[in-house]
Design a protein around this ligand. Structure first.
Ligand code: NAG
Ligand code: NAG
Ligand code: NAG
Length: 495
């Protein structure tokens, strides 16, 4: 009897000991239990917990999510070389991506760019960057597309004078239209119900996704309980979104043959794919990757920019002095009868600094998307085995009091030199950095500038005295819900 108990206790001890045991020379961090890992040290409020870890364990620490070790890197000086290192640029097949890939192809093979590593990632990313560049990413050929969207927005907003408005994601359809124009070569009317529904779904999908949920970590649970709520909503939205993309692509494939003059990402992709097929050449391009890439352009390109503009309105409305200073600069440089154009980008230092400051305060994607080591590696004397999940806390460089005079305020002067020129410190990486830097960075910059400058030049934004409500979201940081009063200024200005 005593022997049995002693034996059982020994076995238990070994199980707990093994679970808590870090790999040799691994970064320090919170305690880990069998099965659940450090999850109880992280939940219920990951934000506060990680802040505590950072204080206790330093710029690089480790924790265990269920049965897998992860590390998180905080110091931008440490982060930059790692983000540039191919060994730290791998990616795990994350739940949302594997769900998508199975819906698209019926197989587990990783598709697209965001969720892939190695050659698949390199090939799809290279093609996509090249063709988007040809389409005017980072150039002024998308300016008329954005101006068309802005004219619509101006119409919408000028009709709300005297009312309290929840700006919310009003920008979502405009931003989606810009992406859609490049991807597929057409725009939706703002009344198009399908578009609004789609936006709503993507939104709900991101909002309801909690990467720490065990259901997403252990695929086996899904085998036995496929109808759990946590799966159902993601599954439904994913399928609907993909079937929308599929319908549009199919229709476009037909139109493509008819219209030689049209110009879009899908067209470029199909063209290169078909040419390779006719010539009997090997090509990394195929329909499955195409659908996955469209999904990503759409997801990564719309939500983020629309939310940043939403933050911008919140910050402008709650900082009337900053708003006035921007308006003064715009009136002086552009004139009261003109709206801004991309050509003004380099002659508006304060406005430029204010946009950087919006991105800093918004801190939209605090941890980027998790990376994974593709080989064993060494960082500041720690050994990081192949296959370790690596999180980069981009938030650190944007928010830590080490780097900013007023980390919690909206203070555009953070980004101005003493001579009043805009400048970006090294630790400011709202789009990430290195090998996995955001593919849409140049488009996003142009959009943020033109939408921001136009809306501040054309309207004044005032926070109403209604309550401001903060909502919780784990993946993307959202501005609060608030009501704003919009008044016309420079009503006669045109592009
Ligand atoms: C990221 O950095 C910020 C600022 O230093 C800190 O408050 C936060 O807790 C860090 N997050 C993680 C996950 O370490
Ligand atoms: C966790 O680690 C095991 C091996 O230790 C691996 O087989 C599994 O794929 C990993 N799970 C995740 C979600 O990374
Ligand atoms: C989810 C969400 O807020 N969608 C909004 C997108 O923008 C349109 C207006 O352009 C709103 O009507 C939707 O509610």
């Amino acid at each position: 009897m005593w022997t049995t108990i002693a034996l059982a206790l020994t076995v238990l001890f070994i199980i707990f000991y093994k679970a808590a045991l870090r790999p040799p020379c691994f970064p320090p961090g919170p305690f880990a239990l069998p099965i659940v890992g450090s999850i109880f040290s992280i939940l219920p409020s990951p934000k506060e917990s990680f802040s505590r870890f950072q204080k206790k364990y330093g710029p690089i620490c480790s924790y265990k999510v269920f049965d897998n070790w992860s590390i998180i890197v905080n110091d931008p000086a440490l982060m930059k070389p790692l983000l540039a290192d191919p060994v730290f640029s791998g990616r795990k097949h994350l739940y949302l991506f594997s769900l998508r890939d199975e819906v698209i192809s019926g197989e587990k093979m990783p598709l697209g760019i965001l969720g892939t590593s190695g050659d698949v990632w390199k090939n799809q990313r290279r093609f996509t960057l090249r063709s988007l560049k040809d389409l005017g990413f980072g150039r002024n050929s998308i300016e008329p597309i954005m101006q068309k969207e802005l004219e619509d927005l101006i119409n919408t907003f000028s009709q709300t004078e005297g009312q309290k408005v929840d700006v919310g994601l009003t920008f979502n359809s405009s931003i989606i239209n810009v992406i859609w124009a490049m991807v597929i070569g057409k725009r939706f009317s703002h009344e198009d119900v399908r578009l609004l529904e789609l936006v709503d779904k993507v939104n709900k999908m991101l909002q309801s996704f909690n990467p720490f949920h065990p259901a997403y970590r252990f695929p086996i649970i899904k085998k036995f309980f496929p109808n759990l709520d946590v799966y159902k909503s993601q599954d439904t939205y994913m399928r609907q979104l993909l079937s929308f993309i599929e319908d549009e692509t199919a229709q476009y494939e037909k139109e493509l043959l008819a219209d030689e003059s049209s110009f879009s990402y899908i067209r470029a992709y199909l063209k290169e794919m078909k040419e390779a097929e006719t010539e009997g050449k090997e090509t990394p391009l195929n329909m499955h990757h195409l659908k996955a890439n469209i999904f990503e352009l759409f997801l990564a390109g719309s939500e983020t920019t629309a939310s940043t503009l939403w933050w911008a309105v919140y910050l402008l409305a709650s900082n009337p002095d900053v708003q006035k200073t921007i308006q003064k600069e715009l009136d002086e440089v552009i004139g009261e009868d003109k709206l801004p154009t991309l050509a003004h980008m380099d002659s508006l230092p304060y406005t430029t600094a204010a946009i950087y400051e919006v991105q800093r305060v918004a801190d939209l994607v605090p941890f980027a998307v998790p990376h994974e080591t593709t080989e064993d590696a060494t960082v500041s004397g720690y050994r990081i085995p192949k296959g370790t999940t690596v999180m980069f806390n981009l938030s650190h460089g944007l928010k830590d009091p080490k780097y900013w005079k007023y980390p919690d305020r909206f203070y555009p002067e953070h980004f101005l030199t003493e001579e009043g020129k805009p400048y970006k410190p090294e630790n400011f990486m709202p789009f990430g950095s290195g090998k996995r830097v955001c593919l849409g960075e140049s488009l996003a910059r142009l959009e943020l500038f033109l939408f921001f400058a136009t809306l501040v030049h054309r309207f004044s934004w005032k926070l109403s005295d209604d309550p401001i409500v903060w909502e919780k979201s784990i993946v993307l940081s959202r501005p609060p819900r608030f009501m704003v009063e919009i008044s016309n200024r420079n009503s006669n200005a045109v592009f």
